[in-house]
Design a protein around this ligand. Structure first.
Ligand SMILES: [Zn+2]
Ligand SMILES: [Zn+2]
Length: 332
């Protein structure tokens, strides 16, 4: 089969590699749609995960069709339309028992430490897969993973209904959070420097979009930082309302430091929450995807074939790009 293989450092190539046979308990999935995200760039640049090797087939956001099943697999058959949680967790360590699969001591993940979805086929444990309704597109199926990251963040931060929210950054994460906040009846303001993204935010139901924080007036119940840009992180902190919650979603450079006044955290009873990956939110996301698919599908701005990974990376760098998908079996 053909696969995008990270060979050494950032060097990658389209290679012909052996198609794996599913091990006992595994499915082999014919990949129909696979997203690329900031995590992939972070892996390419060697920042994440630390100390992991090459060669690696990237791709952890995907949907496809079951192509073969390993021994002992119940409930799936060739031809089933599926998507799957890319995180392979032990289910037994302290963190797994608390539902924090993202922090599993034996954590591994398809496309991050194991062969991923930027390939014609991939194998993974059937217990991680969910069946997709006939009415759901493969594009939407591949968005269950990024949606689940936002759902986990909302769950972990205990986001309530009917509140005021500001989202810094109208990229994929920011706009996915917008869709969730809308469902909770929030009045959402999006701060985004690029006009194309501001328009998208308005299309998706943002109450207000602004180019910079200078245009904001009042603090917010929820401040969601989805850029990871150090200056934006610093700015975002000053917009938390009394009893408000700050949510760090963007990934700042590891050495970023900002200034905060701890007494302000006491006096105004602020909550500061971080979230990483999706913990146990994948099934909830699979349940919800149908209701938000019309909004989220329009965030897939570019589609390419497997042989166009370089074009896909170039597209990702443009401000009009939100989610870029590769479709290994579709001619582009
Ligand atoms: Zn991702
Ligand atoms: Zn574990």
């Amino acid at each position: 089969m053909r696969a995008v293989v990270l060979v050494e450092g950032e060097r990658h190539e389209l290679q012909e590699v052996p198609t794996l046979e599913p091990a006992p308990g595994e499915l082999r999935i014919r990949v129909e749609a696979a997203g690329i995200c900031g995590t992939d760039l972070s892996i390419m640049h060697g920042h994440f995960p630390p100390g992991r090797g090459r060669p690696l087939i990237l791709g952890h956001e995907f949907a496809g069709t079951v192509d073969a099943v390993g021994d002992g697999v119940d409930g799936f058959a060739p031809g089933d339309r599926v998507a799957a949680d890319p995180n392979v967790y032990c289910g037994e360590c302290e963190w797994c028992r608390r539902g924090a699969y993202n922090l599993c001591e034996q954590w591994a993940a398809v496309g991050i430490t194991l062969p991923g979805a930027l390939a014609e086929y991939l194998c993974l444990p059937a217990r991680l897969a969910v069946r997709l309704p006939e009415t759901l597109s493969m594009t939407a199926g591949a968005l269950i993973e990024p949606l689940s990251c936002a759902i986990h963040a909302f769950q972990y931060a205990d986001v309530a209904r009917d509140a005021s929210t500001v989202i810094f950054g109208g990229g994929m994460m920011g706009l996915t959070c917008l869709a969730l906040a809308n469902q909770l009846g929030h009045q959402v303001t999006v701060v985004e420097i690029h006009e194309a993204r501001r328009r998208k935010a308005l299309d998706m139901g943002a109450a207000r979009v602004v180019e910079s924080a200078a245009e904001l007036h009042q603090p917010f119940d929820y401040v969601m930082e989805a850029t990871g840009v150090p200056a934006v992180v610093q700015e975002a902190f000053s917009w938390i309302r009394t009893r408000g919650t700050y949510l760090q979603l963007g990934l700042p450079p590891a050495d970023t430091e900002i200034t905060i006044r701890p007494l302000d955290i006491n006096n105004r009873e602020l909550r500061i929450v971080g979230s990483f990956s999706l913990a146990d939110a994948y099934p909830a996301s699979a349940d919800m995807i149908g209701s938000v698919a019309p909004a989220l599908e329009q965030l897939v701005t570019h589609r390419f074939g497997l042989d166009q990974f370089d074009e896909a990376l170039a597209a990702m760098a443009r401000p009009d790009a939100l989610k870029v998908h590769l479709e290994p079996h579709t001619h582009h």
